[in-house]
Ligand binder design. Structure first.
Ligand code: PLP
Length: 432
């Protein structure tokens, strides 16, 4: 660590400067955040201007113009009537907020018994108690087991490492029998166990990002929607990673052409520059919760939904969001992500297929993962060693379990993708 300090002191476009003066290319958009690249003048200027205009104002019983502007821009990007935005400061808070909206909605319509949440194995939904509980990454849960929410179940991990270890920028098409077996789990195990009338919501990441870019089979997301509709269960997409262009579309919802009842966002909404997250709800959720005829109806002086953060809709964070969303649009960066994603896919498969230790490669949108076999008794160590080696060679990749993930900013060039992939392949070749 001392010989190779992992301390950044500067960033510009695709590169960091480290405290020992090295240039490191950002192959992971700083944890899926920096879609437009680092140090964007337009965003920085908007933040400075906002500080000089309205630095901060409370969100309790008041709003601010920048929060409304950001909310409108986000709603305009969302499909269908997903247009009611609740701001938070992070993805974890967005997830817990969405879960609370689900409970409040069911209660308002007289179904307060719907309190069960359904997540998935290996899902990541942040580190709040709601997100940890619905999440399915064992390491994130094991120390907190006794305090996790009690009424949560998990769907099977939707990845087939035997028949679909290699996914080449397309949704994997599973054999019908296998697909039906996967999809029937909700109706054959989970619903009979809890009863549909007790289930509040199913929450999924359209593509499982933090676990290592695991892509569901073709038809999976649509079928989930159909089953949730059939049983009156809300469907929540956690789009903290897949939102704002990563899949070459505004949201994963657009990629899969499925409208969830709520979607959560964070990260790329401000290019990572300011902390901001949120939940976008469909109109019926908002209308039900604030409707005068419902159980928790507001009187003039009262509050409809007892939830909010001191910094919800912070004007400076929202100014960053407005500038970021404008930049993403003006530079057509979702289309760039789509195009560069195809290039990354070709490059990663060409360079890493057949290397020793490689047991799978998955690409979709502007992201890809190379999965390595694990060292017996040392889970994750081989991938970690490759991550350290890449960093020494000037490329920031992410190790997630046994995976090495690349998810560069949308402004990455083809030459930069070549450089990242070559360094990654070289480090895998050297790995013991
Ligand atoms: N949900 C998903 C899908 C995420 O990938 C993450 C973070 O990576 C979160 C929630 C948590 O976001 P945050 O770290 O901003 O709390």
């Amino acid at each position: 660590m001392e010989s190779l300090p992992r301390v950044f002191v500067g960033a510009d476009q695709m590169h960091f400067t480290t405290s020992d003066g090295r240039k490191v290319i950002d192959g992971i958009s700083s944890l899926w955040c920096v879609g437009a690249g680092h140090n964007r003048r337009e965003i920085n200027e908007a933040i400075k201007k906002q500080l000089d205009t309205l630095d901060y104002s409370t969100a309790f019983q008041f709003g601010n113009d920048r929060a409304f502007e950001a909310a409108q821009m986000i709603a305009d990007l969302c499909p269908s009537d997903l247009n009611r935005v609740l701001f938070t400061n992070s993805g974890s808070e967005a997830v817990d907020t969405a879960m609370k909206v689900a409970l409040a909605y069911h209660r308002a319509r007289g179904e307060g018994h719907r309190t069960v949440f359904v997540g998935r194995e290996k899902a990541y939904h942040g580190v709040g108690f709601g997100g940890m509980s619905v999440g399915g990454i064992p390491a994130n849960r094991k120390a907190f087991g006794s305090a996790l929410l009690p009424r949560v179940d998990h769907l099977r991990f939707p990845h087939d490492s035997v028949n679909h270890a290699y996914i080449h920028n397309a949704e994997p098409v599973w054999a019908e029998v296998q697909f039906n077996e996967l999809m029937n789990e909700l109706e054959s195990r989970i619903i009979p166990l809890h009863d549909a009338s007790n289930i509040a919501a199913v929450m999924v990441e359209p593509v499982q990002g933090s676990a290592g870019w695991y892509i569901p089979p073709k038809g999976y997301i649509k079928r989930l929607r159909e089953m949730c509709d059939k049983h009156g269960i809300l469907l929540i997409f956690d789009e903290v990673i897949t939102g704002f262009g990563r899949m070459g579309t505004s949201f994963g919802a657009d990629f899969y052409d499925v409208v969830p009842d709520m979607l959560t966002f964070a990260k790329c909404v401000t290019n990572g520059v300011q902390p901001l997250g949120g939940v976008v709800c469909r109109e019926f959720l908002y209308d039900t919760i604030v409707s005068p005829s419902t159980a928790n109806a507001a009187t003039e002086h009262a509050i409809e939904f007892f939830h909010g953060y001191t910094y919800s809709g912070h004007p400076v964070a929202c100014a960053a969001a407005v500038a970021t969303l404008k930049l993403l649009k003006d530079e057509d960066l979702f289309a760039s992500a789509n195009k560069r994603g195809q290039y990354l896919s070709e490059a990663l498969h060409a360079a890493c297929t057949g290397l020793s230790h490689v047991v799978g490669i998955r690409t979709l949108g502007l992201a890809g993962a190379v999965e390595l076999s694990s060292i017996p008794g040392l889970a994750g160590k081989r991938a970690y060693n490759v991550f350290v080696d890449c960093f020494a060679q000037g490329v920031l990749v992410r190790s997630a379990g046994e995976n090495l993930v690349l998810c560069p900013p949308y402004v990455v060039s083809e030459a930069q993708i070549d450089e990242m992939v070559a360094v990654l392949a070289g480090a895998i070749k050297r790995a013991m």
